[in-house]
Design a protein around this ligand. Structure first.
Ligand code: 8BR
Ligand code: GLC
Length: 496
């Protein structure tokens, strides 16, 4: 090991970073956030629940369906089969359903514990508003009355509407479409140690996780009204960046004959429009679990490539992205449990940065984050590192409290200790980089590495022992770090 920072020094750095970023966040003029927003109906699945579900649909059919591995939920058997798989493996998954029958069936057979704001754009807008960002301009193509109630009640959340040809902003609760139905996703959470039986076999859930049943009614379209599109450039001066997500909902084909190509083109046009007249506009895309490989590839190669500055994703998503970009071996190494997985993760992040012509790629994992950035990005590695530590503090706050009401709430997570395991996991990467002469051990342990072709920033993170929940923490991490980046860029702009 080199002579770099030990855990205590990291803890001090965390406090400084949180303070530094908190102080400048209000310098950001605003952030545009679109597209996906839904209500999350959350149910914690206990032993009695899973047994009840299995016996309701029939053991035999579940057993059979498990082997078929349904990638879409068409009936209750598909649902129970995917739940059994998720619980057996302890893995996170999100599976779409195109029928409203499943929601009814779940209401009759399971009933949820609580309902919350869901979807990347929904979760991120509430977070940014609570952090005090001046303008959080949120756009959801399907804003229903029920959905609108889940937005925090603050004046900085603004929904764009066009009235008499003029762009105006209202709180979502004054801008919803009263004919629109809500999109409700089910989050079935389960805990490590839960036992269940299927066909004489007893399974024990290996780790806390969740299965998301994502409802995709036919009216779910990732698109923007023509009116708003025409007025987008009028937001110039009000926003410094945009966070876009929800592209996973694009379908290959629609009932009316249109294909994904149409929506991909529209998505790109929106980005181009946002950048018009503002060369400093930064766009972050939150990548997520995308079952359909055609769509996954189109998102990366057509939407992200050349148009987007920053990409946020977890380790499985890095593997999924590498897979459709033709790096199957590297993808396999990323998800393998071996000691090379962390160096594969780094190499994978570099591939995404270069091949997709991004400015930064932020990979989050339990216990550490890895970020690679282009060398000509106008921030220092230390500034990048502050952004990561700020976001890791927010992540811990969310794991601790379930949500983050203010910067002060976030600050309470500074007391959560840095994960020793995460710090140790990073040693594998250190060995790899030192061996390859990318950096010295000391540079590595400070987390700030200027490699030949890119900057690399690694940090150990704070991990909460018994999190209240984990849904949406990834969104908080990516949005928190991106907001910090925007704040620092804006400060430079003003100082110059
Ligand atoms: P995704 O939902 O995108 O997978 O992101 C989840 C992220 O939440 C993980 O990458 C990890 O960094 C963070 N996380 C989880 Br899961 N549990 C956490 C905990 N107990 N404390 C802090 N962060 C956590
Ligand atoms: C996905 C899910 C949504 C959930 C979110 C959390 O967008 O569809 O239900 O709230 O992920 O990150």
């Amino acid at each position: 090991m080199g002579e770099g920072m030990n855990i205590n020094e990291w803890e001090k750095r965390y406090s400084i970073a949180y303070y530094n970023i908190s102080k400048i966040l209000t310098g950001i003029r605003g952030i545009f956030v679109a597209y996906n927003c839904n209500v999350d109906a959350i149910k914690h699945v206990k032993e009695k629940d899973i047994h009840k579900l299995i016996s309701t649909v029939g053991k035999k059919s579940v057993q059979q369906r498990v082997t078929e591995y349904p990638r879409e939920i068409q009936d209750p058997v598909d649902l129970v089969a995917r739940l059994v798989i998720a619980m057996r493996d302890g893995k996170a998954a999100e599976v779409p359903t195109y029928t409203t029958e499943i929601h009814k069936w779940l209401m009759d057979n399971l009933v949820f514990d609580k309902a919350r704001m869901g979807g990347q754009a929904g979760i991120i807008s509430n977070l940014l508003a609570n952090l005090g960002i001046n303008n959080v301009i949120v756009y959801v193509p399907w804003l229903s009355k029920e959905q609108a109630e889940y937005f925090v009640d603050t004046a900085n959340i603004k929904y764009p509407v066009i009235e008499d040809g003029v762009l105006k902003f209202k709180h979502p609760s004054e801008a919803y479409d009263s004919y629109q139905k809500p999109k409700v996703n089910w989050i079935l959470e389960f805990s490590k140690g839960t036992k269940f039986e299927l066909a004489e076999e007893v399974f024990e859930v290996p780790r806390d996780n969740r299965l998301i049943i994502s409802s995709r009614p036919t009216w779910v379209r990732i698109d923007m009204s023509e009116d708003l599109y025409e007025h987008l450039s009028k937001m110039n001066g009000m926003i410094d960046g945009a966070i876009l997500s929800g592209y996973q909902m694009i379908k290959e084909e629609y009932e009316d004959g249109t294909t994904y190509r149409h929506y991909v083109k529209r998505a790109v046009k929106v980005i181009e429009r946002l950048k018009e007249g503002n060369p400093n506009m930064r766009i972050h895309v939150e990548f997520t679990s995308i079952q359909n490989k055609v769509i996954r590839k189109a998102i990366l190669k057509d939407i992200v490539y050349k148009h987007v500055s920053s990409l946020g994703l977890d380790t499985i998503e890095v593997a999924n992205a590498l897979n459709v970009l033709g790096h199957e071996e590297l993808a396999y190494a990323v998800i393998s449990k071996g000691e090379n997985s962390i160096s594969a993760l780094y190499e994978g992040a570099v591939k995404l940065l270069c091949e997709l012509k991004l400015e930064r790629v932020h990979v989050h994992s339990l216990g550490f984050y890895i970020c690679v950035a282009s060398r000509d990005f106008p921030l220092t590695v230390e500034e990048h590192r502050d952004a990561l530590m700020f976001s890791a503090t927010l992540a811990a706050a969310q794991a601790l409290h379930g949500d983050i009401g203010s910067l002060k709430d976030g600050q309470t997570a500074l007391k959560v200790p840095i994960s020793e395991r995460g710090h140790d996991d990073l040693e594998q990467l250190e060995k790899y980089l030192v061996r390859r002469d990318v950096c010295t051990g000391t540079e590595f342990e400070d987390g700030c590495i200027c490699a030949i072709n890119h900057d690399l920033i690694v940090i150990p993170t704070k991990v909460v022992q018994d999190p209240v929940g984990t849904v949406g923490i990834g969104d908080t991490i990516s949005a928190g770090a991106f907001a910090a980046i925007l704040a620092m860029l804006r400060k430079k702009q003003i100082d110059n």
